[in-house]
Design a protein around this ligand. Structure first.
Ligand SMILES: C[S@@+](CC[C@H](N)C(=O)[O-])C[C@H]1O[C@@H](n2cnc3c(N)ncnc32)[C@H](O)[C@@H]1O
Length: 261
């Protein structure tokens, strides 16, 4: 997907974003903050800051955070959280001087970029100490994706049967992130959160029922509602147990990404 398409989707999703995405656990934020402090970081540029879901708690933990995003819609919600420094711009051309920040940070953004290595390289240019990215683990021992996305797959199947173009495979951002990490291995990977949790299989349906998902944005509300209701019936009150793992990848400066992006 091009940046233009991604941004158009996030503009539309932005009003429902916070209500439909799980917040990062305080324990994950604390551990991430600890890692950043240990690396000598106090000023951060968060690229793809979105609604400030992570920037706000980092600010509250004493970091000087500047947030950049290409979506005006997402930025308007970040503004509502009183983030003092927000900038509209592209991950590929950051409007800052070389070494303007201690660190750059990507949280659940890399998988959305069509040229992630180029964005990492640009982030490296404005960072004095390193570039960090919060990502899913390189390998998922409990196969979180398979079960977690079962309800979503039911909705996709129903919609595809009705002629709406749906992805044949959508197991979340993990696969794309793993590919990026393999092409451009970080210097360090630190697990900042690792817990086994049990949740209703129907939980992802909340996000879908509000059409806060890019594949559903152009499908009429009543069609999505019917598909979600059918999926809810099919999964019933079953639960799934999964391991939630958040990992902080760190590329130290000087950062030299491979030439091919
Ligand atoms: C999944 S959201 C993550 C937001 C935030 N980091 C969080 O964890 O809640 C991805 C964000 O990246 C932004 N984004 C995607 N492509 C971008 C690009 N090329 N330049 C700047 N921002 C971009 C989107 O607009 C969106 O706000």
């Amino acid at each position: 997907m091009t940046t233009r398409e991604v941004v158009r989707d996030f503009d539309r999703i932005s009003p429902a974003y916070d209500a439909t995405r799980e917040p990062l656990e305080p324990a994950a934020l604390d551990r991430m903050a600890e890692q950043l402090r240990t690396a000598g970081v106090s000023s951060i540029l968060e690229v793809g800051v979105g609604t400030g879901r992570v920037a706000r708690p980092l600010l509250d933990r004493g970091f000087a955070v500047t947030g950049l995003d290409a979506s005006w819609g997402m930025l308007s919600h970040a503004r509502g959280k009183r983030l003092p420094r927000l900038v509209h711009g592209s991950a590929y051309r950051l409007p800052f001087d070389r070494g303007a920040f201690d660190a750059t940070l990507f949280v659940h953004v890399l998988h959305l970029l069509d040229r992630p290595l180029e964005a990492l390289s640009e982030a490296g240019r404005v960072s004095r100490r390193g570039t960090f990215a919060l990502v899913r683990p390189p390998a998922d021992p409990l196969r979180r994706g398979r079960d977690a996305h079962r309800a979503r797959r039911i909705v996709y199947r129903i919609l595809a049967e009705q002629g709406y173009p749906m992805p044949s495979r959508d197991d979340g951002p993990g696969g794309k992130e793993r590919e990026i990490l393999a092409r451009f291995p970080p210097d360090e990977m630190t697990v900042v959160y690792d817990r086994t949790e049990t949740a209703p299989l129907s939980r992802p349906l909340e996000m879908l029922s509000r059409r806060a998902h890019r594949h559903l944005l152009d499908i009429p509300e009543e069609v999505v509602d019917r598909a979600v209701a059918a999926a809810r019936k099919e999964v019933g009150d079953a639960t799934f147990t999964f391991r939630r793992v958040e990992t902080l990848a760190a590329w130290r400066v000087p950062l030299r990404p491979p030439a091919a992006a």
